[in-house]
Design a protein around this ligand. Sequence first.
Ligand code: SF4
Length: 313
Amino acid sequence: MISFGPVPSRRLGKSLGINNIIRPKVCSYSCVYCQVGQTRNPTLTRQLFFTPEQIFRETESHLGKLSPGDRPDYLTFVSNGEPTLDINLGRSIDMLRSLDVPIAVITNSSMLSDPEVRSELSRADWVSLKVDAADANTWQEVNRPVEGLAFDTLLEGVMLFAGQYKGKLRTETLLCKGINDSQENLRGVAAIITAMKAGKAYISVPIRPPAEKGIMPPGVETVNIAWQIFREAGINTELLTGFEGVDTGFTGNIYEDILNITAVHPLREDSLRELLMKNGADFSIVESLLSQRLIKRTFYEGHKFYLRDFQVK
Ligand code: SF4
């Protein structure tokens, strides 16, 4: 099956997934946290998987079966591997255009030194680039790239694409405990994202079984620090820590509101108290959420922050 969903996505609303690489995973990376297992033969060679006609026919037929209320906000290339390794990605995007649904691509950024890949990706309306590391050693440790790919080349491709892309540019940084969650790496990643002028950066953590044993999400405190570092660099930042709340705005239900807001970003205690006051609620709700381990209190620069406790199972 090439298309699947639509699935709810905080980043994209209703997203109809397109898996343009259905066969054992094909990727240029073998990330330690990958949820589809290790990459047996990492590659930088673009290949033929499906024809654009096959992708178009299946997606068109899938859309035709959906009720009007399920019409997706995006058709999203999210693959069993790296979508830009599909030699027909650009042609597929061009064909899907006629379906009149915006197109998104989630890529690991590794192929962006290729001008043809940059040109094909630039035809999508929304592109998310992976930026997990700010230096070659951390990159090797977390993303385990195919031999022959250099960090400087990767970075150059990322900057060239960011400079030319006219659509919605996003980044995703997945943090693994003790691997890429140091403040030094976080500041370096923030500097890269700032230079890219991405509209929004997402910070995520492993929430499904990773490719390698022992890969853990960092603590809530570290995620808070990461968010603060990004925000201090002027980056519009959201957390993707596993809680895809149906609504991240105000629902009028203070309990739901606190859970939704703290899933997306840490809430400073003074803002939280203001929210409670506006809703005629008192701090006992917060104490209750803390005791249920639905949120966690953490500290940064002399302030208390509250954040969804994503480590609760
Ligand atoms: S880039 Fe994506 S598919 Fe490839 S190894 Fe990393 S997480 Fe898995």
